[in-house]
Ligand binder design. Structure first.
Ligand code: ZN
Ligand code: ZN
Length: 412
């Protein structure tokens, strides 16, 4: 019987020492008896997910953890958002990651509509008629779909030129910019995007749901910020996960982008029933889904988003508490259900700086015959003393395959 692997990715797990936590990182400060017990019996190390000094995005971070070199396989975030939102992509489709945002007097005042999607679904449904008109005017297809909280995706089918700017520069209190064509041939593409964005602004400003949002003390949903331009290209069949590694895997996550990266590399995917991708994640849904899929797959990936969101929002105490919940409600319950357990992150996110950093993340690989070392607490600083040493993200799958008795031997 092949060994069963649980591979848990806590988004933005690594962090900086924080005065609020007695100069500990949230992971160091967290009481996590289950994780620490496993770490004592595991091989531990630290991972430069892409490479030293490189700040990973969540998409490139995940590709690397799956063992795919980003310079060869990265096609931009938009396609991943689209695939993860169950949008069928064909070669050449243009996709963007969307932030639904609030703009006032041409200034971006909130890039994330208070992380609250109240009324957004209704506004988008009512906006469909205007998108239909733009479609027939230009002979294209437009898909605009919401994801978790303020997130969404925009796909345009039937466009041939892509050399344009984007309008989301990750900053607030700055003037909103029009989409610009960077060459003559892309002018029509820029025109279409500006038309969608401007029409949404005019339309949503008057929408009943935005009046209700204001009454609730929420910022209105009135703007579409786009980034992560991506032109879809399908991964070669022989490069897909199952063909590349000769094992079957499933990826469990709540947020579309992550499900999309997994789909792109050919993993099966599932959004656990009741999961929400927020810092108030329903961890029981992941537990249930992991158990349900264990017999069908060699490897079950779990992606938990909340750790990253809390770091972006500069909430180290809440990140610490969330890690404590993960220890109790997820790792504690699953640790005896799998033969091999991997725990790591896709990058560090500093809850002081509120952004991703190039700092490495800790990793543990627990298995029966682990060369256990001197790591008593699973953390950014302690794991460097572990027997795995310093790894790159793309090395993890190779190491794991050997632990699963599926390694590649060279020579006789
Ligand atoms: Zn991430
Ligand atoms: Zn992040």
């Amino acid at each position: 019987m092949s060994k069963k692997v649980l591979f848990v990715i806590l988004d933005g797990l690594g962090d900086h020492p924080n005065k609020e936590l007695g100069n500990k990182t949230p992971l160091e400060a967290a009481k996590k008896p289950n994780i620490d017990k496993l770490a004592r019996e595991a091989e531990n190390g630290i991972v430069y997910v892409i490479d030293k000094g490189i700040i990973p995005g969540s998409d490139t971070g995940h590709l690397s953890l799956f063992g795919y070199e980003i310079d060869k396989y990265y096609i931009g975030r938009g396609s991943f958002e689209a695939l993860g939102s169950d949008i069928e992509l064909e070669e050449g489709d243009l996709s963007f990651r969307v932030n639904f945002a609030t703009v006032s007097n041409n200034i971006i005042v909130d890039r994330r509509i208070n992380r609250n999607d109240y009324g957004l679904e209704e506004i988008l449904n009512d906006f469909r008629g205007i998108l239909d008109k733009i479609e027939s005017e230009y002979g294209i297809k437009i898909i605009l779909k919401k994801g978790v909280e303020h997130r969404g995706v925009l796909v345009i089918k039937g466009i041939k030129e892509y050399n344009i700017t984007e309008n989301d520069i990750h900053e607030e209190n700055v003037k909103v910019e029009k989409i610009k064509a960077l060459d003559e041939k892309s002018r029509l593409t820029a025109e279409i995007l500006n038309k969608i964005i401007d029409s949404f602004y005019e339309f949503s400003e008057r929408h009943e749901k935005n009046k209700e949002r204001k009454e609730k003390g929420l910022n209105p949903v009135n703007y579409i910020l786009i980034r992560g331009k991506s032109v879809y290209k399908e991964l070669d069949k022989k490069e897909k996960f199952e063909n590349r590694y000769k094992i079957k895997g499933i990826f469990l996550a709540a947020a579309p982008m992550y499900l999309g990266v997994a789909k792109y590399v050919g993993l099966d995917t599932e959004k656990p029933l009741g999961s929400n991708g927020t810092a108030k994640e329903n961890l029981f849904s992941f537990y249930q889904s992991a158990i349900k899929n264990r017999d069908k797959y060699d490897i079950v990936f779990i992606h938990i988003k909340g750790t990253d969101s809390l770091s972006h929002d500069k909430k180290p105490r809440e990140k610490k508490k969330f890690i404590e919940r993960i220890d109790e409600e997820l790792i504690g319950k699953l640790k005896d259900e799998f033969d091999i357990i991997v725990l790591t992150g896709d990058h560090s996110t500093s809850s002081i700086l509120g952004r991703h950093t190039s700092d490495p993340v800790p990793i543990m690989i627990y298995h029966e015959n682990a060369r256990r070392g001197f790591v008593k607490n699973f953390s950014e600083r302690k794991c460097i003393k572990g027997t795995l040493g310093i790894l790159k993200g793309i090395e993890i799958m190779k190491i794991l395959l050997d632990k699963m008795e599926k390694g590649i031997m060279i020579g006789t």
